[in-house]
Design a protein around this ligand. Sequence first.
Ligand code: DQA
Length: 147
Amino acid sequence: MQILVIHGPNLNLLGTREPGIYGARTLPQIDADLAETAAKAGITLESFQSNHEGALVDRIQAAVQDGCRFIIINPAAYTHTSVALRDALAAVALPFVEVHLSNIHKREAFRQHSYFSDLADGVICGLGAQGYQLALQYALAKLSPAG
Ligand code: DQA
């Protein structure tokens, strides 16, 4: 697996969770679209969602041995709280893009700070599910021989 997509807590509820904020697409739909785009480019992509911080840390730690070369992550609520997830990404030293469906800068004050943004190659927020596709385009370009 060359690209790992990580989804944090409550993103398993996409589709029914506050659709006015997070959109109507479900997580399986988002993941299927990403896998299809990656496959067309000849790149293997795997998605992982968990509501548990430790499970997310474990998955990030295992990524290198699994052959992962790039991570796309929506840490969800852990964006604003998790030093452990930040440290896991720093430890594996894989390039990553941080994605948020909503524009966190338009929302509550506690969502304005991310523990990830200063380590990320880039941050995409507020563009809904399309943000994942844009992150994937960046990853594919970066992994291509010319990139
Ligand atoms: C989110 C934004 C976070 O503040 C929130 O806790 C989420 C989802 C987003 O995708 O917009 O769960 O990461």
